[in-house]
Design a protein around this ligand. Structure first.
Ligand code: SF4
Length: 281
């Protein structure tokens, strides 16, 4: 039997290098720290929100391509204006496809789209850009959004051969999110909205309401960016808590925890809110 080769110092150093630990995941580190320093905060916030906003249940609200375009139209615009712009797209570029029903759900700030077929996405992509600007003018920021809609539709068609995003439903949530965020102009928020509302995937979309309420309570650090906050929530929440947390935090930001004059006196989160008491447990 051959003698075992002796481990040389050089080999030992190489092995040590290979075993070097990966840097800690900042999202998991934050979730553990929150658990340690403010026990049950997440559970208490979710329970408090449910006392006034209930337990919303998921229902698909639109096909994923429509959801994506509608979400782009909502960026820095009121949901009602985005609805008007989307309906103008339907009118200007009719597809003749089967009409769909928009189920806006409790987190949506508009009145809901009327029943109607999705627009003809090819016609939207290839429309003269100035024409498209006029079509979506009611939505706000039309000069920026018209070319953005066209480049998004172009990227989808070039990657997939058509405009359907139904294939995303068969992917793992983070894989699907990565596919979408690789498209020009699509960030984690827009991708998460689409995947959560069209497929019920357990992802968190952090809009300005979610960000404001969460920072005030102390669920996320005051200095964290909205982009990083997406991953903090994924580490803090169980998958089954994701949809309800998103919808109820948005509702809370809209109806109680306003940017100006938040209604602390009727808020079920006030005992644990660091905005009203910096030493809240
Ligand atoms: S207590 Fe006030 S600041 Fe805190 S979450 Fe409620 S409304 Fe917002």
């Amino acid at each position: 039997m051959p003698a075992r080769a002796k481990s040389t110092p050089a080999k030992r150093t190489a092995t040590k290098k290979r075993k070097k630990r990966r840097p800690p995941d900042p999202a998991r580190t934050w979730a553990r720290r929150l658990d340690r320093t403010r026990p049950n905060l997440v559970a208490d916030v979710l329970a408090g929100l449910a006392t006034i906003h209930g337990h919303p249940t998921w229902e698909r609200r639109l096909d994923p391509t429509s959801e994506l375009i509608l979400t782009i139209l909502t960026q820095n615009s009121a949901d009602t204006n985005a609805e008007r712009a989307f309906e103008s797209l339907r009118d200007a570029y009719p597809s003749g496809l089967t009409p769909e029903r928009h189920i806006p759900g409790p987190g949506w700030g508009g009145v809901g789209l009327s029943d109607g077929a999705p627009p003809d996405w090819a016609a939207v992509e290839f429309a003269p850009v100035q024409e498209l600007v006029e079509v979506i003018r009611h939505g706000g920021l039309a000069n920026q959004k018209a070319p953005r809609l066209q480049s998004t539709l172009r990227s989808i068609r070039e990657a997939r051969g058509d405009y359907s995003l139904e294939f995303l439903g068969a992917m793992a949530p983070l894989e699907a999110r990565a596919w979408l965020t690789a498209l020009d102009g699509i960030g984690k928020k827009t991708a998460s909205v689409l995947l959560m509302f069209s497929f019920g995937m357990p992802l968190m979309a952090v809009d300005r309401h979610v960000e404001r309420v969460s920072k005030r309570v102390g669920l996320i650090p005051a200095k964290t960016t909205a982009d990083d906050a997406h991953d903090l929530f994924l580490a803090m929440l169980a998958p089954v808590e994701m949809y309800e947390s998103h919808v109820n935090l948005i509702r809370h930001g809209r109806v109680i925890c306003h940017a100006r004059n938040p209604a602390h006196e009727i808020c079920p989160l006030r005992d644990r809110c660091r905005f009203v008491n910096p030493k809240a447990p």
